[in-house]
Design a protein around this ligand. Sequence first.
Ligand code: C2E
Ligand code: MG
Ligand code: MG
Length: 739
Amino acid sequence: MVIPGEAPFFSHTITDRAGTHERPSRILLVDDDAPLRRTLPHVLAQPGRRFEECGTVADAIARLEHNRYDLILLDYRLPDGTGLDVLDWLANAGRPEAVVMISGEDAIDAAIGALRRGADDYVRKPYHVAQLQRAVQNVLHKALLEQANGVMSQRLKSSERLHRYLVESSPDFIFTLNPSGVFNYVNPRVEAMLGYTREQLLGKAFTTLLLDDDAIRVDVLLREAARGKRIHQVLELRLRRCDPNTGQPGASTVTVTLNAVPIHGRGGDDNNAAPAGIYGVARDISERKRAEEIITFQAYHDQLTHLPNRILFKDRLELAIAQAQRRGGLLAVMFIDVDRFKRVNDTYGHSEGDRLLRVLAARLKETLRKGDTLARLGGDEFTVLLPDIAHPEDAETIAQKIHAALAAPFQLEHGDFHVTASIGIAVFPRDGDVAEQLTQHADIAMYQIKREGKNGFRFFDPDLNAHYRERIGLENDLRSALQRNEFSLCYQPQISMATGRLVGLEALLRWQHPTHGQIGPTAFIQVAEEVGLIREISHWVVDTATAQLADWHARGHAALRMSINLSSQDFDRDDTIDRVADCVARYGLAQDRFEVEITERVMMRDTADVIARIRRLRECGVGISIDDFGTGYSALAYLQKFPVSSLKIDRSFVNNLNGQGTQPIISAITGIARGFGLHLVAEGVERPEQARHLKDMGCDTMQGYLFSRPISADDVNRWLDAPPLPPGALSITPPPQQA
Ligand code: C2E
Ligand code: MG
Ligand code: MG
């Protein structure tokens, strides 16, 4: 670094003091006495000394103009002037040459005049040789010292300038305090950093810049420093900026790190000596602080809603538990799950889903008090911490408030969207005394609400716990079941009463669980729907069933029908419908041979999309059968709206055939089927008299344990190869082994 206007610090060479005597010196003898001029070099000879001589003022000046000398021995009287003229010339030229005046003048005035005009010594003629030698020796030595001194002070000057430059242009606020803590130096940086002029701070106590919170810590640091202790600790604190209106320290602050070091006087670093003051460096770290704050915020908050995340929630919950434990108080944890949120994402896209979550978070927050924490755990799951409640019922009140807050529809780009939420509540200490346990129990309670039909709240019930654990295990196993090829289809025969032949099959799903053995669909279909696995499962069912049916057709049973069951979720999207259409086309399945059973739940969701999808299936030649017909709110209007081809009389009617009012229902259903030209199947036929009754009422196709349980494809093959049941022989056990 080069200081502006200054030669580089390092260019000065240092003269070794020890070399004084050997150092070469160039000496000019000016005297009009030629013999004397020739004698003197001998008299004054020393190693390293070189002599030149001349006899007039003009000569002397001529030489001086081109040469530098260490010493001039100057005669007073010269032919063209006096030695004083040479002294004047030297003074005017600012020359550093040392001069010893040699003169025969007696008057003391001459000596004084010469010394005043810059001569370093005066020797009067006649002199002793030793006297002159001493004078020369002294002057040369003095000149040498001066020269060394000059170099030294030049170095000091440069060094001082360097340090001043470094301090003044430092990006840090650098200052010194006197031992009482009052500013006696501040660098210009303070103006930009804190808004004070240097003059405003000089004479003021450092502590005026501090907030009360920091004052004590800084006071300790400064006291230590003032006692001469070297402190290695760096304090982080805030310095008050200048209030532009008052010129005094204001409320706005800058965060800095402060380093304070005692300034020692002559004693250097002597720790025992009282210091002359304190040297301080304050570094502005507000940018770094801000960056740290952002990083910390991101680590503890959810990016989308800016609510606390799981980590921060757990932290606060743990703290609240500790406090409640001390007080002997209560607290509540709520687990909130938005019902059917997935549908928003699936239907309108993720950006709409995100928008909904943001607005929702804001609404939820409004229902809470200041000390409560609302956190987003991810997806559509939120948790609430009510750190201080008087009774568990207080949590209930909040849950009601949340439901009320969600009552008004949310405006999405595609229109209004109604949101409901399921809320589970766990109360400390009743439902747990550890953060994780409380959250999990609130989650279990929430899950129970979901099962009960969503949109509500409930407190944790220990009895739910075991069930929940089972379900978690089921969920995990279900996720890998497809990959592990654990699903299979079995087929339940449908028999025509008129011919005694097997005319149709219902494909029913089975799960061969690695440890629990075979599991029926009622135990896992709903879970698969809830965790979003049903699509893949349905695709597998469609693929397997159509391939199997095509095989049976190819073996010569071309009239055989087969139905599969689809979930109502399969009608939310196009892909399962596409899959059915593709397979039916690929295997060239004839009209109405392949059928899809849907429940009344699907029909009740008679949105344009669902109707369109069912119509599409029908247009591909796929039969549409209404499963469990009569159990839901079957409205005749549906039968007009939907292109239905079959009805299945629910098992409950068949089972209750002799019960009150059942017979008319079955008659009505058979009537409807006939009226609409629909194929009719009775399911759950277990006893011969049921079959007979149904037959009498006009129902021909039957399915039930009376004929066969659901069986494997191989067993179906055996059945197909066997002769038909004799007409009327309803109780006869069918030929193949039963599954
Ligand atoms: P569902 O469609 O009503 O099927 C009839 C159910 O009744 C079957 O139970 C069958 O084994 C049983 N069943 C048949 N005959 C009798 C009988 O005489 N007495 C009694 N008590 N029961 C009889 P499963 O196989 O356990 O299936 C239960 C339900 O699971 C089915 O009811 C259907 O809604 C659903 N399901 C089955 N397979 C699938 C599938 O592949 N996908 C979907 N989404 N759902 C399926
Ligand atoms: Mg069915
Ligand atoms: Mg059924």
